[in-house]
Design a protein around this ligand. Structure first.
Ligand SMILES: Cc1ncc(COP(=O)(O)O)c(C=O)c1O
Length: 306
């Protein structure tokens, strides 16, 4: 995407001109909060909710973005518009926000923000190829040995870029099966989340998901619960363990890019009969109706182009 423009700390510039210091706290400390929004029909979905979550992350990390939420929204929409011509009709994109505390002084006082924050915003094609096959065949969900950083250390609701443990967990899951998707447990053995998504199961027609005591309050998680309620499906937030997933009727993961990714195998065992179940299918249809895009078709069309 050589004519992509990005936003960096007050300016919209060609991506090649967007530079950050090797002393930035993003690099030195992973001291960065983040949001990833996607478009449907090239309109950002739930941008206000993403920005509200971003500003909660600023509050908890004490990063001062030196921009109001309205300014952040304005420049985000402007960037989307400027980059629009890079995308064909029917193509969607990510709108990603990464904001660090700025310059970091080795041995300095981290309570002091000594420079302007580094505000980085970019768009990126919505590549669904890796996930596309899972809508119909389901993925293999695997619990890796790496556990969640406990929320007592870093609240999982703060969406941040300190992602080494998520990365290790996902690599470990893929050692078991190259197509596996992680189901990360917390230090008590309770199901927490995927490295970039929330975990759901269906039991006796009810939709069950972990509470946000140990996972991000995913916006796709929230939308999926709203869609389920609108379809008269009971929703329960509960503490669940691997046993519950292994004996569930259906299972899936939710995240911004793919909305719902069915899982049909858990740690090598089929879930129920090993096929994508009827409630999951209903919820995927509910998503397509809600966003005005056939989400399975959009992903499969990309697969056929490759
Ligand atoms: C750790 C983690 N959990 C869950 C999610 C899903 O959140 P959302 O539905 O808002 O994309 C993400 C999204 O990137 C994530 O990074």
């Amino acid at each position: 995407m050589n004519n992509r423009k990005v936003y960096i700390s007050g300016e919209i510039v060609p991506e090649v001109d967007a530079k950050i210091s090797i002393f930035d706290s993003a690099v030195l400390l992973g001291d960065t909060v983040t949001e990833s929004t996607r478009t449907f029909n090239f309109k950002p979905f739930k941008l206000d909710e993403h920005l509200e979550r971003l500003y909660k992350s600023f509050k908890l990390t004490r990063i001062d973005p030196q921009m109001t939420i309205e300014e952040m929204k304005k420049v985000s929409l402007e960037l989307l518009e400027i980059n629009k011509d890079n995308y064909k009709t029917n193509e969607d994109c990510w709108l990603v926000h990464n904001i660090s505390r700025g310059h970091s002084i080795t041995g300095g006082n981290p309570a002091l923000q000594v420079s302007k924050p580094t505000v980085m915003i970019y768009t990126q094609p919505m590549n669904l190829v890796l996930w596309a096959p899972f809508y119909t065949k389901g993925c293999h969900a695997v619990t890796p040995p790496t556990r969640m950083v406990p929320s007592q250390s870093l609240d999982a609701r703060i969406k941040n870029r300190s992602r080494l443990f998520y990365t290790l967990a996902e690599i470990e899951a893929k050692l078991v099966d190259p197509d596996a998707q992680s189901v990360i447990l917390d230090i008590h053995g309770n199901v927490a989340e995927n490295k970039g998504g929330n975990i759901f199961m269906i039991k006796d027609g009810k939709l069950i998901t972990p509470t946000t005591a140990n996972c991000l309050e995913g916006l796709t998680r929230n939308s999926t619960m709203e869609i389920a309620r609108s379809l008269d499906i009971e929703v329960i937030e509960a503490v669940i363990q691997s046993y519950d997933l292994a004996t569930s009727d259906e299972m899936f993961i939710t995240s911004t890019p793919y909305s719902i990714m069915p899982a049909t195998k858990f740690n090598g065992m089929p879930i129920a009969d090993g096929n994508v179940g009827p409630v999951t299918k209903k919820l995927i249809q509910g998503w397509s109706d809600r966003v005005g895009v056939d989400i399975i078709k959009q992903a499969e069309d990309q697969l056929h182009k490759h």
